[in-house]
Design a protein around this ligand. Structure first.
Ligand SMILES: [Zn+2]
Length: 312
């Protein structure tokens, strides 16, 4: 798929869209965003640069007059978000320049940046950069925005379709390093969101200055074994300790998402005072809200085989 950004005539507009794409998943203060993203000093919800026919970005503020909803996340890491148009005195007005600019994005398939206000960091207003999204529709009351997937070169499936899980990366054996890094970074952001910023096993989670700390997105079929890097069902969010132990097959989850601990005397003795043994046989306590985002059975089966082999 050619990059839809290239359809925009204005070079400045294109550069700004590319920058928003790069900032995917970051939490930034208003000051930081103002210095990088045009129009951010305005109070607007939808920003259309002067002279451009398209909107550049939309943002959801914590105290918006119009109710927007929580984004829903899908298997490919894309998300959908219903965004209320701008209005006057609490009534949407589709004649407004900004709303029309968003309608034009819909008609021409031009993406827009999406920002979402998050808890204030040290008293400063901050935003999470949700990334670029397509304006899929206008349903009479809301714009339907659909975020780019982890692999942003493909178009997301319709929401009603649950894509078949591909355990392994297909295509060329070695992805360009830059592509792998983008996918890794996006995968991490989406997994953190899906697992509510808490370890799936021990539910540990810290937040510091608007960011979660000490948590890592683990691939169930590892990257070295060409595990899928673009589908959240090959992932689980773990704290650093549980991730290290998972990588070394000290524990795994079974097909019912129950914790299995290695039958190794040395490890079990060392783990006695820790959190792993306590969860043996217990279903992972922290999972995504939607069952369709749970770890895929095919990925777990692959891991179980390796787990059994590791201790045979
Ligand atoms: Zn943990």
């Amino acid at each position: 798929m050619p990059d839809p950004i290239d359809k925009v005539e204005s070079a400045t507009h294109r550069q700004q869209l590319a920058r928003i794409r790069e900032l995917y998943g970051q939490v930034l203060s208003s000051e930081q965003l103002r210095s990088e993203i045009s129009g951010f000093q305005s109070q607007k919800g939808i920003y259309k640069p002067g002279g451009s026919e398209y909107a550049l970005w939309v943002r959801q503020t914590a105290r918006g007059v119009y109710p927007d909803e929580e984004p829903t996340t899908f298997e490919d890491g894309s998300w959908s978000f219903r965004y209320a148009p701008e209005g006057r005195a609490g009534v949407s007005d589709m004649g407004l320049d900004t709303n029309r600019a968003l309608v034009r994005c819909h008609e021409k398939g031009i993406p827009v940046g999406v920002f979402r206000q998050t808890t204030a960091v040290q008293g400063r207003t901050s935003y999470e950069v949700l990334g670029l999204a397509y304006v899929e529709d206008f349903d009479g009351t809301h714009f339907l925005l659909r975020g780019e997937p982890i692999d942003w070169t493909v178009t997301p499936e319709p929401e009603s379709v649950i894509p078949v899980f591909e355990p392994l990366e297909l295509g060329t054996p070695s992805l360009a390093e830059s592509v792998r890094l983008i996918r890794d970074q996006r995968f991490g952001v989406v997994i953190r969101r899906l697992y509510h910023d808490q370890c799936s096993l021990c539910q540990l989670g810290f937040r510091l200055r608007g960011r979660s700390v000490g948590l890592e997105a683990a691939h169930i079929i590892p990257v070295e074994s060409r595990g899928n890097l673009r589908d959240v069902r090959n992932g689980v969010l773990l704290c650093r300790n549980h991730h290290s132990l998972f990588d070394l097959y000290a524990w795994t989850m079974d097909e019912d998402l129950r914790v299995q601990v290695a039958d190794d005397a040395e490890f079990r003795k060392s783990a006695e005072a820790n959190h792993v043994l306590k969860f043996e046989g217990v279903r992972l306590p922290n999972l995504p809200t939607a069952q369709r985002d749970y770890p895929a059975t095919k990925a777990i089966e692959w891991r179980m085989k390796e787990f059994v082999r590791a201790w045979a």
